[in-house]
Design a protein around this ligand. Structure first.
Ligand code: SF4
Ligand code: SF4
Ligand code: SF4
Length: 372
């Protein structure tokens, strides 16, 4: 088991969105009350996180993720807050690692400015794309426009951190085709299994078959290149990463209210989960570990146990169907992932040995020259 230690936040720059995905956990709540974060609140959030980092032993980084809704709909605030964070960095020994999590359906009107800000400030751009066209359009829509924009981001910034697919019982049959599409766009492909899905035996069988084909393709074609596939990375890490929501990770609403993570902002009863406000200074931690008890003794490595999702399906731990789906992926992918890992280790060792023996030959040649 592993937990993260940086101070990190998903910051809701706006709860408006340019899309209307069928599985969106935000839509119904937010459409009633559209709201953008002001620059004052965004900057106050930066101060709040910086102070939290300063109070945290051995912490030298704040992870600030621009989130929504669709954060690029509030681009001017994002842009100006990036400058503010850069100034804070100069005045302290804490770094700001900044990312934008976007649907990439519509880039800001001034695309040149957007690309320049992303490039000059090393902002990571992560795009949600549910794989190939059939899979993506089934729940999200606008595949063609999004792919065009991903290509533009890559070409103009080189800062595409990952393309991220939400795998659902509805689209899991497309996972192989989806991987092929995504790997053409980014060398980092991430998949997240939706907790709330109806993971029936039939859906899990489709998922298993798709994963089998995908991991074989990865093994045969991509494992030697610098391509990161999140399933392989998780298995090779050898343990599940437990989230630190309510502790070193929080979600900040457009009003500056602090929650254990972004998902709690959209609950029917957000007040119950509110930890405080960025305007009022430090907040007490919220303990969600009771939702993860079962995960602590589980040896599955491919899932992201998500307390907020467990609670949203009215369970205080992982739903059985979700666990079965995670375990099916692990069962299919683990033998090949381990083989890739061992092969890469052996290749690395062989390279070291080869370099050493070349060095020995060169040294011997030097000595021969000196003696003669
Ligand atoms: S892009 Fe994200 S926030 Fe917007 S509707 Fe889709 S899932 Fe919801
Ligand atoms: S399979 Fe279930 S119990 Fe195991 S770590 Fe994943 S969510 Fe937790
Ligand atoms: S509760 Fe879930 S969504 Fe929130 S940070 Fe943890 S894993 Fe992520």
């Amino acid at each position: 088991m592993r937990t993260t230690s940086n101070v990190a936040a998903f910051v809701m720059m706006t709860n408006r969105c340019s899309m209307n995905c069928s599985y969106c956990f935000e839509g119904t709540v937010f459409r009633k009350n559209p709201k953008d974060m002001s620059l004052e609140t965004a900057n106050k959030t930066s101060d709040f996180l910086l102070n939290a980092a300063k109070r945290t032993p051995d912490c030298d980084k704040v992870s600030y993720t621009y989130f929504g809704g669709e954060p690029l709909l509030n681009w001017n605030t994002v842009r100006d807050n990036i400058s503010y964070n850069k100034k804070l960095e100069e005045d302290s020994n804490i770094k700001f690692g900044m990312s934008i999590l976007t649907n990439a359906y519509k880039l800001p009107d001034d695309t040149e400015e957007f690309f320049r800000v992303v490039r000059d400030n090393n902002i990571d751009v992560q795009v949600s794309l549910d794989g190939c066209k059939e899979s993506h359009d089934a729940c999200r829509g606008h595949f063609d426009e999004i792919v065009e924009n991903i290509k533009m981001i890559v070409k103009n910034t080189g800062r595409l951190a990952a393309v991220r697919m939400t795998v659902t019982p509805e689209n899991c049959g497309y996972i192989y085709e989806s991987f092929k599409t995504m790997i053409e766009l980014s060398n980092k492909v991430a998949t997240t299994l939706i907790v709330e899905g109806d993971w029936t035996a039939e859906a899990i069988e489709k998922l298993r078959e798709g994963c089998r084909k995908t991991i074989n393709l990865y093994n045969n074609k991509y494992s030697k290149r610098s391509v990161v596939f999140s399933i392989v990375r998780s298995i090779n890490r050898g343990c599940v990463t437990l989230c630190s929501a309510g502790d070193s990770f929080v979600g900040i609403s457009a009003d500056g209210d602090v929650y254990p993570c972004h998902r709690f902002i959209t609950y029917d009863n957000p007040e119950e989960w509110k930890m405080g406000s960025v305007f009022d200074g430090p907040v007490a931690k919220k303990d969600l570990s009771y939702c993860l008890e079962k995960c602590e003794s589980c040896d599955c490595t491919v899932c992201t146990p998500c307390p907020s999702a467990f609670l949203s399906v009215k369970e205080q731990g992982p739903p059985e169907g979700y666990c079965n789906a995670c375990k099916a992926i692990e069962e299919v992918c683990r033998p090949i992932s381990e083989r890739i890992f061992l092969k890469n280790q052996m290749d690395a060792q062989n390279n070291v040995l080869k370099n050493l023996s070349e060095l020995n030959v060169r040294m011997a040649q030097c000595m021969i020259k000196k003696e003669s």
